[in-house]
Design a protein around this ligand. Structure first.
Ligand code: SF4
Length: 375
């Protein structure tokens, strides 16, 4: 039997499903479909028939256009989702036929979230949608226009969708819950209650860790769990960047997970603010004995991209030591990436304009917080 061409092949379309918060089924969260994607209640039809072309492209070495984010990232020397998938599932590198049910489920149900992170949008956070609705004129005047974001019921309200996922999830070996904010939605716990062999299932939850109930701790304890805590800063800068969050709650919840023996990793969106906040995060990780940090490259909004960082900020970043720390991409790859990038004065200016807009809209003062943090 011929081997799959690992320069193009990706196992996800054969063994993974990403059920997106705004009711669509995709093979992974990086995939950009050229046609309207299937809603979750049509999952069976999509899994059995809708992925035919993509799977065939994978097997015949054709670069499917829906995977352009992976091709672009690989062209820039970055670690793409595809490469992560090949690393994470070596047993599926040579898969030719789709599994009957996905072994890996990534699930985001709706956009319910109590936070308004500065890099987020109404497609991910109901709180940002509310803020936008109530201050639409000032957002639009600044040039931020959102259209077509979800405002209806979440897809779990469609009983067929939920029943279908309950039917499939019992076969999963790997489950990841993503936002909105999973810890705020009891339906995730109901889905997990369906699983009869939790000790054999890897469960990861992406969360701001702002709220954490005892039922969640008990459920996480039954699975091979890891909590991916989305941390962009510690202290008051956390409260600014992940607006609506209180660092004291987050820190207390870290302690609870530690006491329960649940594995915690840091998930960090690499943005302009990272240049100031990563030293504090690394210090916090060492104190909490956390040694994994996973970086996500920010693409939107443009104003927050790392290209706006000054040469001085880059110099300080180069001095940051991640010794003994793990991550995908590895922190050393992140450092190389930052060093290979050139300063973009236009993006730098846009960053400060965006910060001024946020400060005016939310009644905050980023510059003062930054001064306090740095002194
Ligand atoms: S190649 Fe990338 S976008 Fe395509 S299915 Fe794999 S991870 Fe997703």
């Amino acid at each position: 039997m011929t081997e799959n061409n690992l320069d193009v092949f990706c196992p996800y379309p054969f063994m993974s499903a990403s059920l997106e918060s705004f009711d669509r089924s995709l093979p992974c969260c990086a995939y950009s479909p050229d046609v309207n994607p299937s809603p979750v209640h049509e999952f069976d039809q999509w899994w059995n028939h809708g992925l035919g072309k993509l799977r065939n492209d994978m097997l015949t070495g054709v670069k499917n256009s829906g995977c352009r984010r992976c091709w672009d990232e690989e062209a820039q020397g970055k670690t793409s989702q595809r490469k992560l998938a090949l690393d994470s599932y070596p047993e599926h590198r040579n898969i030719k036929q789709a599994l009957e049910s996905p072994a890996f489920f990534m699930i985001g149900i709706g956009t319910h979230c109590n936070l308004k992170c500065i890099f987020c949008n109404p497609w991910r956070s109901s709180s940002i949608a509310q803020e936008y609705e109530s201050k639409k004129d000032s957002f639009n005047k600044f040039g931020i226009v959102y259209q077509g974001y979800p405002q209806g019921a979440d897809w779990d309200q469609e009983s067929k969708a939920l029943d279908t996922i309950k039917k499939h999830i019992v076969h999963a070996r790997d489950i990841q819950f993503v936002g909105g904010e999973p810890l705020l939605k009891p339906v995730y716990l109901d889905l997990l209650d369906e699983i009869k062999n939790p000790e054999n299932v890897r469960l990861s939850v992406n969360t701001s860790l702002e709220r954490l109930s005892d039922r969640w701790i008990e459920t996480l304890s039954r699975f091979q769990s890891s909590v991916h805590a989305s941390i962009e800063a510690v202290g008051p800068l956390n409260d600014y960047i992940r607006h609506g969050s209180r660092w004291e709650n987050v820190e207390a919840n870290f302690e609870k997970l530690k006491q329960a023996g649940i594995n915690v990793k840091i998930s960090h969106v690499l943005s302009r603010t990272s240049f100031w906040t990563l030293p504090g995060i690394v210090k916090f990780m060492r104190r909490m004995r956390i040694n994994e940090i996973h970086f996500h490259y920010l693409t939107h909004p443009e104003s927050l991209r790392t290209a706006g960082a000054t040469d001085e900020e880059r110099k300080k970043f180069a001095e940051l030591r991640f010794s003994g720390m793990l991550g995908k991409p590895h922190p050393d790859e992140i450092k190389q990436q930052i060093q290979s990038e050139s300063y973009d004065a236009d993006i730098d200016a846009k960053f400060w304009q965006y910060i001024d807009f946020l400060d005016n809209t939310r009644g905050l003062d980023f510059r003062k917080l930054l001064d306090d943090y740095q002194t």
